[in-house]
Design a protein around this ligand. Structure first.
Ligand code: FAD
Length: 316
């Protein structure tokens, strides 16, 4: 079976869940080979990748791979595409990895599919496009399929594999040294899961009414072990930090459960959340457009419904 390259997403050596999802999907297309770019590789990382189906692990852990924004990672993948002739390259549909995918496609004269939410034999992909308004089935017809998959698109399945390590040295070209990372600023994270990776997201909108009142959204999120999101109306009003904005100009989430409280469901908000598996809406206006995409809806005042829901969940 052909190799399928999976670009590992990691922060300070910790592998992100989306990588395990990519390894799960990669097995549909061939034999997964993980590609580790940058410092932080460890025995724990190796074990985790092997437990999730990585037959081979290419390790390029030189610091300059991550010092120069995305270009060295493109150099690395281009080198591996040329030496391993993989059946496909899978990356996460994050802002950085989508840029890598696009550049790699140009360099290897291949087709690229982004915002993929499902994958089948023959690298036929389900894509959520036009801000989530349309789903299409697509297949790359030229070169090596380069596929960017949204976090939370598939459940992780473990599968033991060899995890055979192969060190790779990449000559970072001068062209790749034109944009250097000068500082990394950590996102405020706290104890909650990261928004784009969370299995459950509870979001609040203008209906929440104030920054202080976002505490009821946070309490519901904490009772469920969820991340907190917000509509742009809420972030623009300064009620919640911009980094938690969900939507076209915010983050794209695809959790198992999305709870929208006091959000009307503008197309720009839907673009970031409508591939969630189950959508629960709490809104006092029965005509709010977000009910069109809701699996379950409560017509009511969120100031009453959200605390009641939190209390009920806490009892269980
Ligand atoms: P509103 O539309 O004002 O809706 C508030 C809702 O709360 C209403 O449905 C109301 O019935 C309900 N409500 C009020 N009080 C209560 C209560 N007590 N209990 C229950 N329900 C209550 N928006 C995003 O979210 N993300 C984006 O990334 C984004 N990008 C954009 C990009 C562009 C280029 C543009 C033009 C717009 C973008 N927007 C984005 C803005 C978007 O168009 C909407 O304005 C925004 O999503 C509205 O936020 P909202 O639903 O919280 O507010």
């Amino acid at each position: 079976m052909s190799e399928v390259l999976v670009l590992v997403e990691h922060v300070e050596g910790q592998i992100k869940k989306v990588t395990l999802e990519l390894l799960t999907l990669a097995r549909k297309l061939g034999t997964p080979s993980a590609v580790w770019a940058g410092p932080g590789y460890s025995a724990d990382a190796k074990a985790k990748l092997a437990e999730h189906g990585a037959e081979k692990i290419y390790v390029a852990d030189a610091a300059d791979i991550t010092d120069y924004v995305v270009a060295p990672k493109v150099d690395l993948l281009q080198q591996l595409v040329s030496s391993a002739s993989p059946a496909a390259v899978l990356v996460a549909a994050t802002a950085e990895a989508k840029e890598i995918a696009g550049r790699l496609a140009v360099r290897t004269d291949s087709g690229v599919l982004t915002d993929v939410v499902g994958l089948e034999d023959g690298a036929v992909a389900d894509q959520s496009i036009f801000g989530g308004g349309v789903n299409v089935r697509s297949r790359v017809t030229k070169g090596t399929p380069i596929i960017a998959v949204r976090p939370n698109a598939v459940p992780v399945e473990a599968a033991a594999a060899a995890g055979a390590e192969e060190q790779v040295s990449v000559a970072v070209s001068d062209a790749s040294r034109t944009a250097k990372v000068v500082e990394r600023v950590k996102e405020e994270k706290g104890a909650r899961p990261e928004l784009t990776e969370a299995a459950i997201v509870v979001s609040g909108g203008r209906g929440v009414g104030s920054a202080e009142n976002f505490s009821i959204v946070e309490k519901l999120a904490d009772s469920l072990g969820a991340a907190v999101g917000a509509s742009r109306a809420a972030t623009d009003a300064g009620w919640y930090p911009h980094q938690f904005q969900v939507g076209q100009t915010g983050k794209t989430v695809s959790p198992q459960l999305y709870i929208a409280a006091g959000i009307s469901g503008a197309i720009q908000h839907r673009a970031g959340m409508q591939t969630a598996k189950t959508i629960v809406v709490i809104n006092k206006d029965p005509e709010a457009p977000i009910f069109e995409i809701a699996d379950f809806g409560v017509v009511g005042d969120l100031n009453q419904v959200v605390p009641q829901l939190t209390e009920e969940i806490a009892k269980r």
